[in-house]
Design a protein around this ligand. Structure first.
Ligand SMILES: C[S@@+](CC[C@H](N)C(=O)[O-])C[C@H]1O[C@@H](n2cnc3c(N)ncnc32)[C@H](O)[C@@H]1O
Length: 445
């Protein structure tokens, strides 16, 4: 296996893990004095890529043990105890005693050091199993679902293709002594891992990187970020740093979402995985058809990426979004759609500062929201009281989605009808959730 020595120990293979290669920094010299723990069977990954073991005997029995260092579910490993608490412990990997049958050679030379794709060392089946376990576990914990309820209400959407799936990447760069380092942050620490080619980035992004490197030589910044978006015909690039923004080439590009073009600048929010988002738009349309056509409210609308799902189901849309650049895209999309679109409007507003500035009544039939990673906690009182028949909640963060769903369902006004996990970022613990909630009969007036 790359960067790892393998020796034979009886019938078992033992993989020795050189600390520098795997963790991207030298192991603390004190680590060799730390207690050694052996026989840890990795059950699944945690979100960030640590393995989770649940030993029933030995010094860590009964604890949830997080093992860092590139493990795969199914590995049996030994490591050094880093932290031990009453209910959990942290262990740093020393050696893989029995490698998992789901261990694979990562298709990227940077994987061990780069922070981008921590699950790439495992087969798609192992990734899917961990995504499923995380989602079911969080639903049971936050929504207090029984195993049967979770089984009935959660659907895991089919896996998607991983190669070249990302149409949007954000790279870091620094310039020292005339040399440019351009890539992703390391898995641990702040170093930048120089990346000539990223296997999950769209091929046109990789093709643009040499030109970006040349351009960085002239930019008056010692460090900063490069945003790249692969559109249908071109790649939009913005180099940004404190007080500085350079556009490389065209200032925007166009991607298709829900069958309509969406024009974005490289440093504007855009969904990175259009194939999965198009599946989500289709799901939104199916759910939106369950409501009589009427006025729908869309919160955190961006440039109207998801809105075709509402228009196709016959709704006109009042949309709200902070980034002023979204309005022009929304209007173009609305015009190209036709009647429902033309009767729709996007309003610029800070939803967390002012709430949802809707005239009352009429109340919306349907609310679609797709908040940032931090979730929509300040809007929960409005959502509970909005009176919509259905709420569709889209989220890129399982933990904050569960917190918000608990806030919508515990107070009694809504219940979850369906929750779908989408494989939006293969090789990582990220998943996109699409959730349909229905207003409870007891809450209807
Ligand atoms: C996860 S993105 C979803 C955008 C859009 N639904 C899409 O799929 O492209 C979240 C959006 O919320 C917007 N946003 C963040 N904070 C906001 C706020 N306080 N008020 C309104 N919109 C906000 C961001 O600009 C971003 O467009």
């Amino acid at each position: 296996m790359r960067e790892r020595a393998s020796i034979s120990a009886g019938k078992q293979r033992v993989l020795l893990i050189p600390a520098l290669a795997v963790y991207g920094r030298p192991m603390a010299t004190s680590s060799s004095r730390r207690q050694r723990v052996a026989g840890l069977k990795i059950e699944r990954w945690a979100h960030g890529g640590d393995g989770v073991a649940l030993p029933s005997d030995g010094p860590l029995a009964g604890r949830v043990v997080f093992v860092s260092g590139g493990v795969v579910p199914g590995d049996t490993v030994a490591g050094r105890l880093v932290k031990k608490k009453a209910r959990w412990a942290r262990v740093q990997l020393d050696a893989i005693d029995v490698p998992s049958p789901e261990r694979v050679e990562p298709p990227c030379a940077h994987q061990a050091a780069c922070g981008g794709c921590p699950w790439m060392v495992g087969a798609p089946s192992a990734q899917r199993a961990s995504r499923t376990a995380i989602l079911f576990g969080e639903a049971r914990k936050h929504l207090r679902w029984t195993a049967d309820e979770a089984e009935r209400l959660i659907e895991m959407a089919p896996d998607t293709s991983a190669a070249g799936y990302r149409h949007k990447v954000r790279l870091s760069f620094e310039r020292r002594d005339g040399r440019v380092t351009l890539g992703y942050r390391a898995r641990r620490g702040h170093a930048i891992i120089d990346v000539a080619e990223c296997v999950v980035a769209h091929p046109t992004i990789n093709a643009a990187l040499p030109g970006v490197r040349d351009r960085l030589a002239d930019v008056p910044l010692a460090a900063g970020e490069v945003h790249l978006v692969a559109g249908d015909r071109s790649v939009a690039v913005v180099i940004a740093g404190p007080g500085h923004r350079t556009v490389v080439g065209e200032d925007a590009t166009t991607l298709a979402f829900g069958g309509l073009p969406l024009r974005v600048e490289a440093d504007q929010f855009v969904q990175a995985n259009p194939a999965v988002i198009n599946d989500i738009i289709a799901r939104v349309e199916g759910w939106a058809r369950e409501c009589q056509p009427g006025v729908a409210v869309e919160l955190f609308a961006g440039g109207g990426t998801l809105t075709p799902g509402l228009w196709r189901a016959g709704h006109t849309v009042s949309a709200f979004e902070l980034d002023a650049r979204g309005r022009a895209s929304f209007r173009t999309r609305a015009r190209s759609f036709g009647a429902c679109g033309e009767a729709s409007e996007l309003y610029g507003c800070d939803l967390f500062a002012v709430g949802v500035p809707l005239p009352a009544p009429p109340r919306p039939r349907l609310v679609l929201l797709d908040p940032p990673r931090a979730g929509a906690a300040p809007l929960l009182p409005w959502l509970r009281a909005c009176g919509a028949e259905r709420i569709i909640y889209i989220s890129c963060d399982v933990a904050t989605a569960m917190r918000d769903l608990a806030g919508l369902t515990e107070a009694g006004s809504y219940s979850v009808v369906e929750l779908v996990g989408f494989d939006v970022a293969p090789h990582t613990g990220h998943q996109e959730l699409a959730v349909l909630l229905a207003r409870r009969a007891s809450a209807a007036d």
